[in-house]
Design a protein around this ligand. Structure first.
Ligand code: ADP
Ligand code: ZN
Length: 727
C-alpha cells in the first residue's frame, strides 16, 4: 500500500505531493486525511495523506515513519473544502489546509499530545475488602477510612486529597491512580428555558425551518434588539432534534462572551466555542469535541467556519455585513463563501442575520436569490433610541473640543439616573497628529508613509502599521523648541478627559490595547454587565451585538473619522457602524438616546442613521455605485504589487497592467497602477491595480498567471485579493 502525502516545503509553500510506502505496522492506521511523519531529504517532516493506492510506484519510495496526532484527521468534506479554497483564493492546497486547521493540527506542528490530563484516584478492590478495611480501622486510621469512603462514592482528584492517607491506601492496593484526559473548557451555567417567540420571530422561524433539509439561504433583516439571536436558538434546537449540528458565527471575540453564555444556558454542554484568543490546548479540546460528535453546536468567530462538525444541519452568520468575516491576509477567504459551500455540500440552510446587511447580500435578497425575512420591531416595550446630530463646528467655537454641551448634559443625566453610557471613538491611542507648533514638524514613521500615534499611558509614539515606537519628548527633534503639541482624538484622550469631567464615576476603555491579555474581554464585559463601570469608552469593538440592558446613552464622539475614508464603501460602513452602536442604547425597558457628533451635520449618511433608514441609505448608495460602476454592479480584483525597490516596482506594476489589458475582455477595466494607501509600509513601497469586471472568462487564467509568474520573484511580491472589502 502506498500513500500520496502533501507536504509544506519551500518559501512560497507551493504544493508538493510525494509517494511513500505504508509499512506493515501502519496499515489500517494510515488513512486518507491523517497527518504523517515522513523522511524528506536528510530530515523528517509532516504531511497530510491525500490518497492511498495499491499501485506500485515506478521509482523506489521511502516508508512513512509514523502517524502524528492520531486522534485528529481531515475528513472528506474538509479535504474537498481545501480544494475549493484554493480555487476561490488562488492559494496553494497546503496553505488552505493550514488555514482551516488549529495549531495542533497544522502540518508544520510536531508536538504530539495536546491533551490535558488530571490524575484521579479510584477504587482498586472489591466491596468486601473496602468494608473489611473500614471495620478494622475505624478508630486506628480515621482519616484513611474517610478518604476511602469518599473515593468509594466517586473517584476524586489526586491533588484535592490528603497525601499520606492516600499513599497508605495505594500501598494496601485498595485504591489506584488513573490518568484521565479532561477538557480545559467546561460549561458551568444553569439551563434556562427558551422564550416563546413573538409573531414576527415565529414567522421567521417557520419559514426557515420548513427548508431545513435543503440548500437554502435566508437573509434575516432584523433591527437591533428584534430578537434575532432568539430565532437562531430556536432553529438550532430543532436541528439538534434531528441529531444534526449547527455552526453559529459572530464577528468579534468580544461578542463571543455574551453569546456563548446565552448558548450555554440554553444548550448546556452541547456547545463548543472556537475563536482566536483560545490557547492552542483549548482549541485542540474544542476541535476534538466537535470532531468526535460530542457537541451539536459550535459558536465562534471566522475560523469556526472550518470546524469539522458531523452532519451539518444549519449555519448562521450573525452580523453578516461585518468585514471581520473576510481574512485580510492570505488566503483571503470570506467566511460567507465557505458557509455557502458547506451548506450546499450538506444540503442545509444558511441564515444571514443583520440589522444592516451588506449591499451585496441585500441586492441578492431583492432578486430572491436569498429569501428576505424582516423583523421590524424590538422585543417587548423597547423601541429604537432617539438619535440626534450635533454640529461640532459650533461647539469648537465654545472650546468644546471633545464633547459637546448636549452630550455632556446627557451623560450627566444618564449617570445620575444610575444608567450606563457608551462612547464610541474609532481610533485607539491618545492622538494621531503630533506636531511642532513652531516649525511645523510632524512625527512620521521612518519606515512607513504614515504618522505616528501617541500612546500617553506608555508615553510613546507608535506606528500602527509596523509597530515602530519612540519615546515622546516635549522638545522638537527638528528645531529643538519646546513646542510639541498633539491633535486628533483617540480612545485614551477621551478616557482622560471623561475621567476629569466625571471624577466620581468609573470609566473603562475597551480597545485592542486594553484587551490584548487573554481573558480581558470576558472580564471587562462581565464587569460592565455587573455595572462596575458607568462609562464605557471603546472602538468599533463595542459597537456590535453586545447586549447591556442598562446602557441608555450612546455618544459617537467623532463620526467623521469613518465617513472621510477614501473608499466607495465608506457610506455603507459608516451607516452600519453607527446603526450598530446606536443599537446598544435602550435595549432593556429604559428608553435609549444616541448623540452623534460631526463637522458635517448635513451629511446624507448621518441623516439616514438618524432616521433609522437602512433602505434609504441602500437606495442612495446603490444609485452612486450604479453610476460609478462599483460592486454589487460589478466585481473587483485588487492586485497589490510591492517591493523595496521603487524603480523595479514601477516597471513591474506597469508590465502587469499591460498584460492584463491585453488578456482581458474589452468590457473589463484595468485601473492603475496607483499608489496604495499607505504608500510605504515597513520600507516596502506599494502600488495597486484594480480590475473591474462583470462577465469575463479570462479573469481567472490571467490573475492565475500573474500569481504564478511572481510567486518565486524575490524583488517583487504580488498579492491578489478577489472581491476586496477595502481598496
Ligand atoms: P438581536 O439579536 O436582534 O439584537 P436579541 O436576540 O439579543 O436581539 O434580543 C434582545 C433581547 O430580547 C434579549 O435580551 C433577549 O433575551 C430578549 N428576547 C428575545 N426574544 C424574546 C422573546 N420572544 N420574548 C422575550 N424576550 C425576548
Ligand atoms: Zn511604521
Amino acid at each position: 500500500m502506498y500513500a500520496n502525502v502533501l507536504v509544506q516545503y519551500g518559501v512560497k509553500s507551493l504544493d508538493h505531493t510525494f509517494t511513500y510506502r505504508i509499512p506493515d505496522n501502519l496499515i489500517g492506521i494510515v488513512s486518507v486525511g491523517v497527518k504523517v511523519n515522513v523522511p524528506f531529504g536528510k530530515q523528517n517532516i509532516n504531511g497530510f495523506v491525500l490518497s492511498i493506492s495499491n499501485e506500485v510506484p515506478l521509482t523506489e519510495v521511502k516508508d512513512i515513519k509514523d502517524v502524528v496526532t492520531k486522534e485528529l484527521k481531515l475528513n472528506e468534506e474538509m479535504l474537498d473544502l481545501g480544494k475549493h479554497i484554493k480555487e476561490l483564493t488562488l492559494c496553494s492546497l497546503i496553505s488552505a489546509y493550514q488555514t482551516m486547521l488549529p495549531t495542533s493540527m497544522k502540518v508544520s506542528n510536531a508536538k504530539e499530545d495536546y491533551n490535558k490530563y488530571e490524575v484521579m484516584v479510584e477504587i482498586a478492590c472489591s466491596d468486601d475488602e473496602i468494608n473489611e478495611f473500614i471495620f478494622n480501622n475505624l478508630k486506628k486510621a480515621k482519616k484513611q477510612v474517610e478518604l476511602l469512603e469518599l473515593i468509594r462514592e466517586n473517584p476524586v482528584l489526586k491533588k484535592d486529597v490528603n497525601g499520606s492517607s492516600l499513599k497508605k491506601l495505594i500501598e494496601l492496593g485498595l485504591v489506584r491512580e488513573v490518568r484521565n484526559q479532561v477538557y480545559r473548557i467546561n460549561y458551568n451555567s444553569e439551563i434556562d428555558s427558551a422564550y416563546s417567540l413573538n409573531e414576527e420571530q415565529e414567522n421567521a422561524y417557520k419559514e426557515i425551518i420548513s427548508h431545513k433539509d435543503e440548500e437554502y439561504i435566508a437573509l434575516l433583516h432584523g433591527i437591533t434588539g428584534s430578537g434575532k439571536t432568539e430565532v437562531y436558538m430556536h432553529l438550532i434546537n430543532e436541528v439538534i432534534k434531528d441529531d444534526k449540528c449547527a455552526i453559529m458565527l459572530v464577528p468579534e471575540i468580544s461578542l463571543t462572551t455574551q453569546i456563548v453564555e446565552r448558548f450555554y444556558r440554553r444548550f448546556g454542554s452541547d456547545v463548543a466555542i472556537f475563536h482566536s484568543s483560545l490557547s492552542d490546548g483549548e482549541k485542540y479540546d474544542e476541535y476534538k469535541k466537535i470532531m468526535n460528535g460530542e457537541v451539536h453546536v459550535v459558536v465562534g468567530t471566522r475560523s469556526a467556519i472550518f470546524t469539522p462538525v458531523k452532519n451539518l444541519g444549519i449555519i448562521i452568520i450573525d452580523e453578516e455585513h461585518s468585514q471581520t468575516y473576510k481574512q485580510d491576509n492570505n488566503p483571503r477567504y470570506h467566511a460567507l463563501d465557505i458557509a455557502k459551500w458547506r451548506c450546499k455540500y450538506n444540503n442545509c440552510p444558511l441564515v444571514l442575520g443583520s440589522a444592516t446587511p451588506s449591499f451585496e447580500t441585500m441586492a441578492r435578497a431583492k432578486k430572491n436569490v436569498y429569501k428576505f425575512i424582516p423583523l421590524n420591531r424590538r422585543i417587548g416595550s423597547s423601541s429604537l433610541p432617539d438619535i440626534s446630530i450635533v454640529d461640532m463646528s459650533k461647539e469648537v467655537r465654545k472650546r468644546n473640543m471633545i464633547l459637546s454641551d448636549e452630550l455632556k448634559i446627557s451623560i450627566m443625566q444618564c449617570l445620575e439616573a444610575h444608567e450606563q453610557v457608551m462612547l464610541l471613538i474609532n481610533r485607539r491611542g491618545y492622538s494621531n497628529i503630533i506636531t511642532c507648533l513652531s516649525c511645523g514638524y510632524t512625527y512620521k514613521c521612518p519606515h512607513c508613509d504614515i504618522s505616528l500615534t501617541y500612546h500617553k499611558t506608555k508615553n510613546h509614539l507608535r506606528c500602527h502599521y509596523c509597530g515602530y515606537t519612540v519615546i515622546k519628548s516635549d522638545i522638537c527633534p527638528n528645531c529643538q523648541e519646546k513646542s510639541i503639541d498633539d491633535y486628533g482624538l483617540g480612545t485614551e484622550k477621551v478616557e482622560e478627559f471623561v475621567k476629569t469631567l466625571y471624577p466620581s464615576y468609573s470609566v473603562v476603555r475597551m480597545d485592542t490595547d486594553t484587551t490584548s491579555k487573554k481573558g480581558s474581554h470576558e472580564r471587562i464585559i462581565k464587569d460592565i454587565e455587573a455595572h462596575k463601570y458607568d462609562i464605557i469608552i471603546g472602538t468599533q469593538m463595542i459597537a456590535k451585538g453586545l447586549d447591556f440592558p442598562n446602557v441608555t446613552l450612546v455618544g459617537v464622539v467623532n463620526a467623521d473619522e469613518s465617513l472621510n475614508l477614501p473608499d466607495f464603501r465608506s457610506g455603507e460602513n459608516t451607516f452600519n457602524l453607527l446603526t450598530q452602536v446606536s443599537g446598544r442604547a435602550g435595549r432593556g425597558n429604559l428608553k435609549g438616546k444616541v448623540i452623534i457628533q460631526t463637522f458635517n451635520p448635513e451629511n446624507k449618511t448621518l441623516n439616514f442613521v438618524k432616521n433609522a433608514d437602512y433602505m434609504g441609505n441602500y437606495t442612495y448608495e446603490m444609485g452612486v455605485r450604479h453610476m460609478l460602476s462599483y460592486p454589487p454592479y460589478c466585481y473587483l480584483v485588487l492586485i497589490r504589487v510591492s517591493s523595496k525597490d521603487y524603480d523595479i516596482l514601477s516597471t513591474e506594476a506597469n508590465k502587469v497592467v499591460q498584460y492584463l489589458r491585453r488578456s482581458l475582455n474589452e468590457s473589463s477595466k484595468v485601473l492603475g497602477p496607483t499608489t496604495a494607501s499607505p504608500f510605504k509600509v515597513n520600507n516596502v513601497f506599494r502600488f495597486q491595480i484594480i480590475i473591474k469586471y462583470k462577465f469575463d472568462e479570462n479573469i481567472k487564467p490571467a490573475i492565475d498567471f500573474i500569481d504564478k509568474e511572481y510567486a518565486m520573484n524575490r524583488d517583487i511580491s504580488v498579492d491578489i485579493d478577489i472581491n476586496p472589502l477595502r481598496i
